[in-house]
Design a protein around this ligand. Sequence first.
Ligand SMILES: Cc1ncc(COP(=O)(O)O)c(C=O)c1O
Length: 387
Amino acid sequence: MRRQAASRARNIEPFYVMEIVKEAQRLAGAGRSIIHLSIGEPDFSAPPPVQAAATRAIEESRTQYTPALGTDALREAIAADYRRRFDLAVDPGRVVVTAGASGALLLALAAMLERDHCILMPDPSYPCNRHFAAVLGGRARLLPCGPVTRFQPTAEMIEAAWDADCAGVLLASPSNPTGTTVAPHVLSAIADRIRGRSGFLIVDEIYQGLSYDHAPTTALALGEDVLVLASFSKYFSMTGWRLGWLVAPDWLVPSLEKLAQNLYICPSAIAQHAALACFSDEATAVYEERREEFRRRRDFLVPALRDLGFDVPVVPDGAFYVYADIGRFGADSWSFAFELLREAGVCVVPGRDFGQAETSRYVRVSYANKRDQLEEAVRRMRRYLHR
Ligand SMILES: Cc1ncc(COP(=O)(O)O)c(C=O)c1O
């Protein structure tokens, strides 16, 4: 029998962050105290009404397959939430419930990206996107985005990078790893340029709701031709429940439905029934209090990092990450992160996972950890960096 994975599997780069997480686990196993500022998920879990709804769904045996596009009730609840929060009318028929934002990204790309076509993405950005494109036979072209444009592309940058091979653009707002949002007028200009080229625009709004300096916005306001995806993982604190969604133009939904039916039949039934409770007043109050807590943590961490000598060129306005330049410490971010872990017991993520442009200068510091842990991490880093 053949003992080799197909080239599309062999050629995918690993998550480099796992190297440092493995080292952190080894040190913790040997008795060292490690503080994780590496985590990409909230340190909260689903609030009580959501947990109760999941338990009820199990007790009432509502655990069969659901329609591939998701239950009508959840598609309607998601659409209603866009009306409630953004005063935006979204036809529930355009909402496709998926297994997390990951499922939505895969579906959107499978439906829109032709083999050998190229999709533009910011550098730095979420690593899986490049790999999704590659698995589907397309190509990701990374667009270096620095602090001047808040690590996000502009319409001019997209115009300059676009050529005959380009089919579309994928960006996240707020972004992982930078926590920065694309301003609505910039996104509108980007959408216009892409329309002019008959391309597609996919906006990953997985950190939707986790905005600290302005009211959250959505790219759905730009028109029905923009594909927007989101998730229950972050604002709703449900990473392991594997639930997200995609809002697509109505002409695309039948293709998405066929893909979903074939690829995974349907998203988790239990998670879908439970997620209905996310939109209750009780759950919303909990989520909004958590958003405030994240904002307080950001407001503690950014000045603290700067005080330690990190350069934080752009104050993140969303998600729970700070993208910090370690140039002043005279090391590349890979060795810096390992040294910091071994010497100070603080785990941050080196930039390498997120692209190629200047990523050896940056680390991603997550504040999805308790305030006392953040404070202790800062104390440890101070002792280590100012020896
Ligand atoms: C920008 C971005 N998109 C998508 C995902 C996938 O998230 P999930 O599948 O849990 O919704 C993540 C996870 O961290 C992310 O940061």
